[in-house]
Design a protein around this ligand. Structure first.
Ligand code: SAM
Length: 275
């Protein structure tokens, strides 16, 4: 996308500084980004040459997680926070391919996601998109497009995929997740992908790239990542490196840890179920 395109950028969008959603889009090879985003993406790739593969791995894990939630766990309501800009196979498409009645509310704090999402969802009655910040769970839970569209008397899947690393320890990510899960009934699920810190150089490069370009992107110990799931029961295979995480296909042969490339050790995924 160029800065001269008609109607772009939408009002309220500062294209002079990179935004996570647009840098992620640039890394994935999308078109919804500007010069500052592409420059940040280049810095990213300088630190992590396989940044695109990392993003693609995360997207594939997102789709597998959605397929598990809808097909295996019977979920038909999804609250996807930090949904981003990607256009190819989004949460609602993966979910509605299995159960066309699945309702999805997307939430992102980047206003460009809203304008982009509105165009994408113009004809979709089963999906809503809201501009709000994960760090304000009260506002998200009270938002009319969330409350009128999702039935909190029935299980909901909360997705925070590829973004909990953007919340600092000072902002207390686990309390935010707990506040969001609190009103959801038994049988609800929490689906996260996150960045581990096991001392691996590739993990540290990814975090450095993110901190340098976007000012956030923290890696955390395995214990800290497990704590994001608030003590709820983990769905098999638990918290795993995304390349080893196939919740829907328990019999599928998975690579051993030793077989993973360093960049494949940068992201983990997990789903937990509320008792
Ligand atoms: N969930 C998608 C995925 O995994 O492919 C997109 C992940 S993208 C790396 C992170 C997204 O989270 C961006 O769209 C960004 O705008 C959004 N985001 C970052 N911080 C946020 C916050 N505090 N509240 C809501 N959205 C946020």
């Amino acid at each position: 996308m160029t800065e001269a395109d008609d109607g772009w950028p939408p009002p309220g969008i500062d294209i002079s500084v990179p935004s996570t959603a647009r840098v992620y889009d640039a890394i994935l090879g999308g078109k919804d980004n500007f010069k500052a985003d592409r420059e940040a993406a280049e810095v990213f790739v300088g630190h992590v040459p396989q940044a695109k593969e990392c993003a693609q791995e995360n997207r594939r894990a997102l789709i597998r997680g959605v397929q598990y939630l809808v097909r295996m766990a019977g979920i038909d309501q999804i609250l996807d926070i930090g949904c981003g800009l990607p256009t190819k196979q989004n949460t609602h498409e993966a979910a509605q391919e299995i159960n066309p009645d699945t309702r999805v509310v997307y939430v992102d704090n980047d206003p460009m996601v809203l304008s982009h999402g509105r165009a994408l969802l113009a004809t979709d009655d089963s999906t809503r998109i809201v501009t709000a910040d994960l760090r304000d769970p009260e506002l998200i839970l009270a938002h009319p497009d969330v409350r009128s569209f999702l039935d909190f008397d029935r299980p909901v899947a909360l997705m925070v995929v590829g973004m909990i690393m953007q919340i600092s320890e000072h902002e207390n990510p686990n309390q935010i997740l707990a506040d969001l899960m609190e009103p959801l009934p038994s049988g609800s699920h929490l689906f996260l992908t996150a960045w581990p810190d096991t001392g691996d150089a590739a993990q540290r490069s990814l975090s450095r790239a993110c901190l340098e370009t976007l000012g956030n992107g923290w890696i955390r110990s395995l214990e800290q990542l497990e704590a994001h799931f608030l003590g709820m029961e983990m769905v098999s295979p638990g918290l795993e490196y995304v390349a080893r995480w196939f919740p829907e296909e328990p019999d599928k042969p998975v690579p051993t840890f030793e077989e993973l490339q360093p960049f494949e050790r940068t992201q983990m995924a997990g789903i937990a179920k509320k008792a």
